[in-house]
Ligand binder design. Structure first.
Ligand SMILES: *[C@@H]1O[C@H](CO)[C@@H](O)[C@H](O)[C@H]1NC(C)=O
Ligand SMILES: *[C@@H]1O[C@H](CO)[C@@H](O)[C@H](O)[C@H]1NC(C)=O
Length: 786
């Protein structure tokens, strides 16, 4: 058998090694010495073998094909080569032959090869058929991930892989192989978790309690009726950036790292589409490193994703991932409405379309002309911003020729005055066409047409609200009854001194429990910020608007700050600790003191740095991400791929249905919307809303918006006449989700385009000037980022 394989394998440097001489278990060492990082140079040659997706994260364990963990049935043979993990792989071409492994833990990955002699295999988890994997390929490759599953319940599981006896799509052979299994043994849940429902609140003896009294934690509130939390689906790439792109899909954008989702069998993916119904993943072809980019939809429905990180030449070895420098990248994703999202991808044209300066951690706001304003960021990856790294400017996409800038950046003094903790500013377009911006402890209104800044009162009590002292901000619902008077709500953050060195900060330093609210009318500004206390302190919270007008605050930690590998008392690499698993409901319309409601179902999954949450079209909140790590890790707080779905009570009721609505609604245009209202909601007040679910990253929900529209009963009980938003200041032209709400029960959102659907204005002179005056990319290389 061995000779057979020797002849079949066209591997130049086949070296027969004694299997007994090799240890067949490899514990993770994601360090410079790990050959998997940088490609692998087989003995006796100077040429590194191609990069392979085989990777063992911190906290996981690899088992070779010869390990006692793996049991074989049927005729299998060993092949030996330095191209294999542990220099050996075991294979069969016998239909029905199988291998089997049982393990206690939360996940497993099967690594093997592809090639012209390969065929298909059926994969069973716990006896259930879960996948058919076709390993046929023209090219022979090794150490590829053939199958992975994470997020299993912590207990004993089995993996069984059976030779399906089926030739691959184009092949004539039926080989399958196993090179290695990577097992996620996980950690058993703490015993107390089984009995105590609120285990994520710091226990009473915790030092944090002295530092920051955790209100309301003393008595567990009664559960709120009807709310449900379910874990289902995994994201394949870490969900650092999240946006709903259609009624069936979300887009998820991550940084370059060893994600389990692989693209074209070549390298780990760092962006994917996520099917909201089937939970299936479609990896996207991103060229540049999108680490800590910002995003927004343009007025014509195209999503832009801007900025990012340089190439890593350090031990993350992402040069092997074929990426390009992302600091000045503009990535385009055209609107994608097909049910299976076929043919939708991310495109980059760095020679023609790019930013004028490097931006890491910029915020992106859609304006009333359908273009976007790109605010601030840092000129290089790092952690907390400072005068050297700061990029205190704005620019537009497409570039504009205004204020003499002609496509080049425009200075914003506010971003100088708000150093150091001023990245990912909180920003919203206001109904008078100006832009609200908050950074660090300050806030202002920027009139982009006249290039003037109007400072607002400072946020109260010294709370800093932008990265890495991350809070979250939301524009409260806009209603026609008060002429869309805008009011912002900013929650969480930290009162730490942002000029202190990292070693004087700790993951145990308490986060802020403050929410501050400012009505942006002359009277409201005169009255100043109104302060409220959340039931829990929160660093890195996400605030998600529901169509009902309520806000759900989820995710985050009760102590520490954003980022990783910086401060004292890190947990794993996390700069934050004490995850807050309990969502809080905030009703902006209720009287002060009655706005927060507890009793929503609690999550056992820590959602720390790089977590996200968004409303989905059916009114459910999608919660994903968490990755305070340099690369994929399985130790606390590890890289989290599991998705959770927080379902408000209206999901299980009979709901209003939008039977027919126009695909586009222009400003001030009156249209007919056909609806079905369930009998028990007939007497409820009917409202119609258009919502922007935002592009969510790093707790910024820029462009999040809920505008109630003028609506009246139509000619019959199934018709509602709805008038589009009065202008692009109230709702900037672009995609939106139309909801009909009866009482407290919203319909599913229907995707519409608000405005004319035209592309934003393009100034070719400004584009040429940008391309002429700035060099492409920023090739500076950094080995560490926060
Ligand atoms: C500014 O930040 C960068 C990136 O984190 C760091 O390398 C540099 O030392 C900082 N400079 C100062 C003056 O603190
Ligand atoms: C939308 O506008 C952008 C910016 O000009 C352009 O790149 C993109 O192709 C447009 N999309 C469509 C669908 O026209």
């Amino acid at each position: 058998m061995f000779t057979h394989w020797h002849a079949l394998l066209a591997v130049p440097a086949l070296i027969a090694l004694s299997a007994q001489g090799l240890s067949n278990e490899h514990t993770a060492h994601p360090a410079k010495s790990d050959p998997a990082w940088n490609g692998y140079t087989p003995p006796g040659t100077a040429d590194p073998a191609p990069f392979t997706p085989y990777y063992v994260p911190d906290g996981a364990k690899s088992y070779d094909s010869a390990s006692r963990l793996v049991h074989y049935k049927g005729t299998w043979a060993d092949a030996y080569s330095s191209s294999f993990v542990g220099h050996s792989s075991r294979r069969t071409r016998q239909p029905g032959a199988s291998f089997y492994a049982s393990f206690t833990g939360t996940g497993v990955e099967w690594f093997g090869g592809t090639g012209p002699e390969y065929g298909a295999a059926d994969v069973y988890i716990d006896g259930r058929l879960v996948d058919r994997v076709d390993s046929y390929s023209k090219d022979r490759r090794f150490q590829l991930r053939r199958f992975w599953v994470f997020g299993l319940e912590y207990r004993k599981h089995t993996l069984k892989v059976v030779n399906a006896g089926k030739r691959g799509k184009h092949g004539v052979h039926t080989t399958i192989d196993v090179d290695a299994l990577v097992i996620y043994h996980g950690v058993p849940p703490p015993k107390q978790q089984l009995h105590q429902s609120h285990h994520h609140h710091p226990p009473p003896s915790h030092p944090l309690v002295e530092a920051a009294p955790v209100r309301a934690a003393q008595a567990s509130p009664p559960p709120l009726q009807g709310w449900q939390l379910e874990q289902k689906g995994t994201t394949g790439v870490s969900a650092m950036q999240l946006a709903i792109i259609s009624s069936t899909h979300a887009i998820i954008v991550d940084k370059v790292e060893h994600n389990p989702l692989t693209i074209d069998n070549l390298h780990p993916a760092w962006a994917t589409l996520y099917n909201l119904d089937t939970h299936a993943l479609t990896p996207l072809h991103v060229k540049s490193n999108s680490f800590c980019a910002g995003g927004a939809f343009l007025g014509n429905g195209t999503l832009v994703n801007v900025g990012g990180n340089p190439i890593h030449e350090d031990h993350t070895a992402s040069a092997d991932f074929d990426q390009t420098d992302g600091m000045q990248s503009v990535r385009l994703f055209e609107s994608c409405e097909t049910v299976d999202a076929a043919g939708c991808d991310i495109y980059e044209y760095p020679d023609r379309i790019r930013l004028s300066t490097p931006r890491w951690y910029p915020s992106v706001v859609r304006l009333q002309d359908g273009s976007v304003m790109i605010i601030g960021g840092s000129k290089r990856g790092g952690w907390i911003n400072n005068a050297t790294t700061n990029n205190p400017t704005i620019e537009y996409f497409p570039p504009k020729n205004i204020h003499g800038a002609n496509g080049t950046p425009i200075h914003l003094q506010f971003l100088v005055d708000t150093l150091n903790s001023n990245l990912f500013p909180i920003a919203f377009l206001l109904p008078d066409g100006r832009v609200f911006i908050a950074a660090n402890r300050d806030a202002m209104i920027y009139d982009w047409k006249s290039n003037t800044e109007t400072r607002l009162p400072r946020l109260p009590n010294g709370v800093r609200v932008t990265y890495p002292m991350t809070g979250t901000g939301i524009l409260l619902p806009l209603v026609p009854e008060n002429d869309h008077a805008p009011e912002v709500l900013i929650c969480g953050g930290s009162t730490l001194d942002d000029t202190k060195p990292a070693y004087e900060m700790s993951a145990k330093d308490p986060a802020s429990d403050q929410c501050a609210r400012l009505l942006l009318t002359p009277e409201g500004i005169e009255r100043g910020w109104q302060v409220e206390q959340m039931p829990y302190p929160r660093m890195m919270p996400d605030a998600v608007l529901l169509p009902t007008g309520a806000v759900v605050i989820v995710n985050g930690a009760a102590s520490g700050i954003s980022g990783y590998k910086n401060v004292r008392d890190q947990v794993g690499m996390s700069n934050a600790d004490n995850p807050v698993g309990t969502p809080v409901l905030y009703n902006p319309a209720a009287p002060v003191g009655k706005r927060f409601t507890l009793g929503l179902p609690e999550s056992a999954i820590p959602r720390m740095y790089h977590s996200t949450a968004t409303l989905t079209p059916n009114g459910v909140i999608m919660i994903a991400g968490s990755n305070p790590n340099l690369d994929r890790s399985e130790v606390a707080y590890g890289t989290e791929y599991r998705v959770e779905w927080l379902r408000p009570p209206y999901v299980t009721r009979s709901r209003p249905v939008i039977d027919e609505a126009p695909r586009a609604i222009n400003f001030g245009e009156t249209v007919k919307v056909l609806v079905k209202i369930p009998d028990d909601l007939r007497n409820e007040k009917l409202k119609v809303a258009v919502m922007d679910f935002a592009y969510v990253t790093h707790a910024t929900h820029t462009n999040s918006r809920l505008v109630y529209l003028v609506a009246a009963p139509g000619e019959d009980e199934h018709t509602v006449t709805v008038t589009g938003p009065p202008n692009g200041n109230v709702y900037p032209p672009g995609p939106g989700w139309l909801h009909v709400i009866a009482g407290d029960v919203p319909s599913r959102g229907i995707k519409i385009l608000v405005g004319s659907g035209e592309s934003p204005p393009v100034d070719y002179g400004a584009i040429e000037n940008l391309l002429k005056t700035e060099t492409k990319g920023n090739q500076e290389v950094y080995s560490k980022e926060g």
